[in-house]
Design a protein around this ligand. Structure first.
Ligand code: PMP
Length: 442
């Protein structure tokens, strides 16, 4: 019997014992292709010699130094490298241990920024439906997935949720993609005006939505309009790139493709590539200086911020991404994956949409392509596909629709950037086997 808690399933899980490139290997020697990098984590695969060495060297040299007293070489070097490659005026980096810690810190930093500037009435956050920003209480409140929030709702701070930018589901008949994007972006302005602009502190969004919708990018022009609205009303723009950042979409930061830069940027997952738990919240000089010239310090902290071994792993990962051309490879192999998905599923009667950027791709399943009607959630289609794919030796990330009738079951693919063309074919074959096995018989 396992004493490990929590477990996602009641069935006993196989024990992972080793990793080899894009594969994970269990105690019985079975190999699984990691088609989703866990949850868009393992961008370098599971046996990257450079990152392993960096972790080993660092733990031998300095395992831990509390940042209340000392900084460390890898933390300083990683912050420099991130800032040198970050969009816009991003200038400071706050290291944490994962995605929820990054978004939670972002919410608190936004609040403190407005306080320092003498606007204590700014306390409201606006976010989007069908989004996920983490599981701690502030991050969960910001997320717009009703199913994840429901049982904790009485504990959550009050956050407004405007529509997602989800073209496949939301665009009206005859509406252009651009007009649709402007329409849903303008919901932000309407909500700011409804709440009172002087009370709103930040808007938070994922540039490419991951966990709740399966790699949904915004349409062209959407984030530019969002940026304009934020600037007009003094609202900070927080972009959550925990899942879609670090090269996953074919750009180091996903927002580069949208032509906007945030005030606060959250990253995690691919930053440590699974070799260490690490996340980061990055902010502009303007925000940092408001605090430096005000109370002097960000009133926040965790024991493991700026952990030397975690930042050493992050440093080796970012160097690998930049020096080995892996961000470019994510873009190129992502196009190949998209083409292969289209070739195999483009005419499938139950595949409604194939989308994404770089090696971040989503396949949305529908009961009816014409009406885009999702499958009945009682069928547990996503869960069954996950199980069937796993049996076939493929790890992918299927998610149940949001159960609010707005989107259906979908499968997220986010393989390591070292994936080859033969391996793309392997992923598609195994995915097809799983989907065919699980779809209800017509
Ligand atoms: N934000 C986004 C966009 C995410 O996808 C996730 C994790 N799926 C989180 C935040 C939370 O990250 P973590 O699970 O590391 O706390």
């Amino acid at each position: 019997m396992s004493h490990v808690f929590p477990r996602h399933t009641k069935a006993a899980l196989p024990t992972a014992v080793s990793g080899d490139g894009c594969y994970l290997i269990d105690a019985d020697g079975k190999r699984y292709f990691d088609g989703s990098g866990g949850a868009a984590v393992s961008c370098l695969g599971h046996s990257d010699a450079d990152v392993i060495k960096a972790v080993q060297d660092q733990v031998g040299k300095l395992a831990f130094a509390h940042t209340g007293f000392l900084t460390s070489e890898p933390a300083e070097e990683l912050a420099d490298l991130l800032v040198a490659n970050a969009p816009g005026d991003i200038d400071r980096v706050y290291f944490v241990s994962g995605g929820s810690e990054a978004t939670e810190a972002a919410i608190k930093l936004a609040r403190q920024y407005h306080l320092e500037r003498g606007e204590p009435q700014r306390r409201r956050i606006i976010a989007r439906k069908q989004s996920y920003h983490g599981n701690t209480l502030g991050a969960l409140a910001a997320g717009g997935n009703e199913w994840r929030r429901a049982q904790f709702a009485p504990l959550l701070i009050d956050i407004s949720h405007i529509s997602a930018c989800y073209e496949y589901v939301g665009k009206a008949n005859g509406e252009s993609s651009f007009d649709y994007g402007q329409r849903v972006a303008n919901e932000l302005e309407a909500e700011i005006l409804r709440l009172g602009p002087e009370t709103v502190m930040a808007f938070m969004a994922e540039p490419v939505v991951g966990a709740t919708s399966g790699a949904v990018p915004a349409v062209a022009g959407y984030f530019k309009r969002i940026r304009e609205i934020c600037d007009q009303y003094g609202v900070l723009l927080i972009l959550d790139e925990v899942m879609c950042g670090m090269g996953r979409t074919g750009h180091l930061f996903a927002c580069e493709a949208d032509g906007v830069a945030p005030d606060i940027l959250c990253i995690a997952k691919g930053l440590g590539a699974g070799y260490q738990p690490i996340g980061a919240m990055l902010c502009t000089r303007q925000i940092y200086e408001a605090i430096e010239h005000g109370s002097g310090f960000f009133q926040h902290g965790h024991t493991y911020i700026g952990h030397p071994v975690a930042t050493a792993a992050g440093l080796a990962v970012v160097k690998a991404l930049l020096e080995r051309g892996l961000v470019q490879r994510s873009a190129e192999m992502g196009e190949k994956l998209q083409t292969a998905l289209h070739d195999r599923f483009g005419k499938h009667p139950n595949v409604g949409d194939i989308r994404g950027r770089g090696l971040f791709r989503g396949v949305e399943l529908v009961a009816d392509r014409e009406t885009k009607a999702p499958f009945d959630p009682a069928l547990d289609l996503a869960k069954n596909i996950k199980k069937a794919a796993f049996q076939a030796g493929l790890i992918c990330y299927p998610m149940q629709g949001t159960r609010d009738g707005q989107n259906g079951d979908h499968i997220l693919l986010a393989p390591p950037f070292i994936i080859t063309e033969e391996q793309i074919a392997e992923v598609i074959d195994k995915l097809e086997t799983a989907i065919t096995q699980c779809l209800p018989q017509a």
